[in-house]
Design a protein around this ligand. Sequence first.
Ligand code: ADP
Ligand code: MG
Length: 250
Amino acid sequence: MVELRGIHKSFGPLEVLRGIDLRVRAGEVVVVLGPSGSGKSTLLRCVNHLEKVNRGSVRIDGELIGYRRTGNRLRELKEREILRQRTHIGFVFQNFNLFPHLTALENVAEAPVAAQGRPRREVRELAAELLDRVGLADRADAYPRRLSGGQQQRVAIARALALRPKVLLFDEPTSALDPELVGEVLEVMKDLARAGTTMVVVTHEIGFAREVADTVVFMDGGVIVEQGPPDEVLDRPKHERTRSFLAKVL
Ligand code: ADP
Ligand code: MG
């Protein structure tokens, strides 16, 4: 479902991603671990072309993201085309990024109507179902400022699902939450994983990785240091850098 090949990304002289190869199968949950500054957010942003790669390719369900190949040449797609591709890639941010002037239901219903042109009535019904799925049926008419951080993040997850994405990307979805609100968001993410959602999750929640991940990826310095099933990477890491990172977060 997701195929990253040879991704390189620099900001000026700073080389942030130095050759990333990663495949995520349909229904697979990949958890990405790594120290601050190792390039995790940049990698997620490259997947949906919020950042342009310097080298390498991103494919979602076989479709090249951001570019069209004609013969040997790559040409960047038009903005409208990129926005269409992005609707297949759900993104959940650390800071929720809800629209403050829209209710929970309107936040969920906005993009399918605006970006995909789906009928408003049908989308509102779907939005109500999705809010129910994340345990917020009774908060549909609340504005974000009236919701806790955990509730806001669950609305953000429902909003991402409303676009019927092929893959959901999470960038430290619980890092901005008070500790007592982390569990409710992780529970929703576990439900999604059990339902077969394809997910790439950047998080420091090792318990979540252990319980839910099919594959754990450890990144450091812009490369994947190691990857494998959680029991291998978390309990029997092969690399010293992985061991010292885990010693700090566990
Ligand atoms: P992580 O998410 O693993 O903490 P990031 O991908 O956010 O790492 O950042 C990796 C490195 O790239 C950091 O040194 C960061 O300062 C740098 N970086 C990220 N985005 C930009 C940007 N837009 N311009 C310049 N440097 C950036
Ligand atoms: Mg980050």
